[in-house]
Design a protein around this ligand. Structure first.
Ligand code: 6R9
Length: 638
């Protein structure tokens, strides 16, 4: 039995047991057998959650790009590493082989070096989903610079605050971006951001949309001429295991975004190992994750995890609705995709459009479907399973976070029996715990509590850039000697986990704890409902009452709203009980979402509480314009 590739449920249990009972031996064997090193480690793990300090493979030396590129050249040189599918379906897809990717990364690394970037410098990457994004990420890793990718949909103020937080020396961007039928003036956003950023000395600009842009003399340079001149080999910088690899910002419930810092060896090993097993990747598979590399999902499961396994990873520039709602399925058919990994919000958006968009495409190559980012509701799960997976491809509901670096709770496909809305069992090496409000661990099954992790895993973030105290306070102070995830979860009678949502989403109504997710699930069962979000608002007698925002499918728009309200509350009563009935129901045209598709309940809560003067920053939303109309509609509800 190979510990690296788990093929059935018995193997999962055996390997899991070993990973828990002898974690150091287990991870040492994985590291030894499946990666290339300049020097092996002196110790496998040193940790102390009270500081908190975690070190994996101290003393080891490596470069992650040698593991992702160089070592594949002998046998996979002509295999496609990155399969780039452009925004416009009429533009040719680009198959970048391992050999070509290696050469492009080396050239880019030479350019970075020539521009004065050194090991440890921070480089901010603000690019659309074009090959230069993957290449620049890997080029930073090759020379030991710390990349900080900022999703190219963030505003100039969000960008400048991230650049300033990590004192980036350079920004890599493009003249613009295609996004569906629109173009976005990325360089203009960078120019605006840099008015407030002293640290940035150089801006490298890739050409994508051929627009006329302003180039600031002495600061801005076109990338391509520099690459054309650069030598296509570059000796990788030898990095220590715990040297920083990247910073990625994630928003907290309060305050400015947190720059989560990930380090080299542990991150590499865990993302590679999870990728192999969660997607059961075999040599000729075509794997596609629809996330943007601006999020952790793209870092770990478009770039590092797949490339460390010598996989072919599809990189899609566009959006699921362009030129029409069949685009995802067109790509699956065109490239014969075997593993498809997306988010519940995308599934719901596509489900809303009906199944006619799928029927002209051959989806028979699909073997595994994945979901990530938020709890998947039952209706979306079934829609995905029935229509995309044709009831034959297991769905891996993968729970994890920017902070965890890699997938933490997930089924192993074709091994773990799946259960709708359950992320099921901890991945190898992961020791979850559910805690009650008195900080006591709930050890039995059929319990609900706060989700913590008891033992370090290789890809955990090591700190918040420049603020270790905040790292400790946020993740290691709520429960002694545990990493607190900020999520709630329940464990069913067989030990399967279901993530119930952020614990700040729990609403206490008349003394009863109600999670928003199960109520939203009940509402979403209504055939006229597209999506819903529940928040609490103060109530004289109950303490809190529930306010529901509901968006309707086209089929529901002509229906009588009072009748719909009654039917929705009846469904909730049937599924959960009268205690969970909604006090107020607002039918809205849309819900405010983060760029990664998460519903911003914080904003909806403020509107429900009539505190619209305290909405905070909404500029980073995907759809800030929707907020105004929700406020208007809410006036009719109150
Ligand atoms: C990878 C990613 C993390 C938060 C996390 C949780 C939610 C992610 C989930 C899920 C239920 C899943 N989340 N996956 N909830 N089921 N399968 O999304 O990272 O953007 O940092 O978000 O997303 O609430 O705490 P990130």
């Amino acid at each position: 039995m190979s510990q690296y590739h788990i093929k059935n449920f018995e193997e999962y249990f055996q390997v899991y047991k070993k990973s828990i009972n002898q974690p150091e031996i287990f991870w040492e064997e994985i590291a030894e057998e499946h990666f290339v090193w300049h020097k092996k480690w002196d110790s496998v793990l040193e940790w102390d959650f009270s500081k908190p300090e975690v070190k994996w493979f101290e003393g080891a030396q490596l470069n992650i790009t040698e593991n992702c590129l160089d070592r594949h050249l002998a046998n996979r040189g002509i295999k496609t590493a990155i399969l780039f599918e452009p925004n416009d379906p009429n533009e040719d897809a680009e198959h970048i082989t391992y050999k070509q990717l290696h050469a492009r990364v080396c050239k880019f690394a030479n350019v970075l070096k020539d521009q004065g970037i050194q090991k440890g410098d921070r480089v901010c990457i603000y690019l659309p989903m074009i090959p230069e994004l993957t290449v620049s990420v890997l080029a930073c890793a090759r020379i030991g610079a710390i990349h900080s990718v900022v999703f190219a949909g963030f505003s100039s103020s969000a960008l400048s605050s991230r650049i300033n937080d990590c004192d980036a020396k350079m920004v890599i961007t493009s003249d613009g971006a295609y996004r569906g039928a629109k173009t976005i003036d990325l360089k203009g956003i960078v120019d605006e951001a840099l008015e407030d950023c002293e640290s940035v000395k150089t801006v490298l600009v890739a050409k994508r949309i051929q627009s006329d842009i302003n180039m600031k003399a002495g600061r801005d340079q076109w990338l391509q001429p520099l690459l054309d001149e650069a030598y296509q080999d570059f000796k990788a910088e030898v990095m220590e295991a715990e040297d920083p690899l990247f910073i990625l910002y994630t928003s907290g419930s309060t305050g400015k975004p947190k720059g989560m810092l990930h380090t080299t060896a542990g991150y590499m090993i865990y993302t590679a190992y999870t990728f192999k097993n969660v997607f059961q990747y075999t040599e000729d598979d075509i794997y596609w994750c629809t996330a943007d590399i601006g999020w952790i999902t793209g870092h770990s499961y478009i770039v590092y995890g797949p490339l460390a396994n010598g996989a072919t990873s599809v990189m899609f520039e566009g959006v699921p609705s362009h030129p029409d709602y069949g685009r995802f399925w067109d790509i699956v058919q065109k490239h014969k995709v075997n593993q498809f990994y997306t988010a519940p919000t995308a599934i719901r958006a596509l489900a809303k459009q009906g199944t006619s968009w799928l029927k002209d495409y051959d989806l028979s190559t699909l073997k595994i479907l994945g979901t990530v980012g938020e709890p998947i509701n039952e209706e979306a799960w079934h829609w995905y399973n029935d229509n995309v997976g044709n009831n034959k491809s297991p769905i891996v509901d993968t729970w994890w976070q920017t902070e965890t670096g890699g997938i933490m709770i997930t089924p192993i496909p074709y091994a773990t029996p799946t259960k709708p809305t359950y992320a099921t069992l901890p991945f190898i090496g992961i020791q979850p715990a559910l805690m009650d409000e008195n900080s006591k661990e709930l050890t039995e099954n059929q319990v609900q509590g706060r989700l913590c992790i008891k033992f370090p895993w290789p890809s955990m973030a090591r700190t918040i850039w420049g603020n270790h105290e905040r790292y400790r306070d946020t993740y290691f102070s709520a429960f002694k000697n545990m990493y607190f995830t900020g999520d709630g979860a329940l464990r069913d009678e067989v030990g399967y986990y279901r993530i119930t949502g952020r614990v700040d989403d729990v609403i206490i109504v008349s003394g009863h704890n109600l999670g928003t997710a199960p109520i939203e699930d009940a509402i979403n069962e209504h055939q006229a409902v597209a999506e819903s979000a529940i928040v609490g608002f103060p109530h004289d007698i109950k303490g809190n009452a529930l306010y529901g925002y509901v968006t309707l499918k086209d089929s529901g728009e002509s229906r009588n709203h009072d009748n719909l309200r009654k039917e929705i509350n009846q469904l909730i009563t049937d599924r959960i009980g009268p205690i969970a009935k909604l006090e107020k129901i607002q039918f809205s045209a849309g819900l405010p979402k983060t760029r990664s598709g998460k519903i911003m309940r914080r904003i909806l809560r403020k509107i429900a509480c009539q505190e619209t003067d305290q909405l905070g920053d909404i500029s980073t939303l995907l759809n800030p314009e929707v907020v105004e109309s929700i406020i208007e509609e809410s006036k009719a509800i109150l």
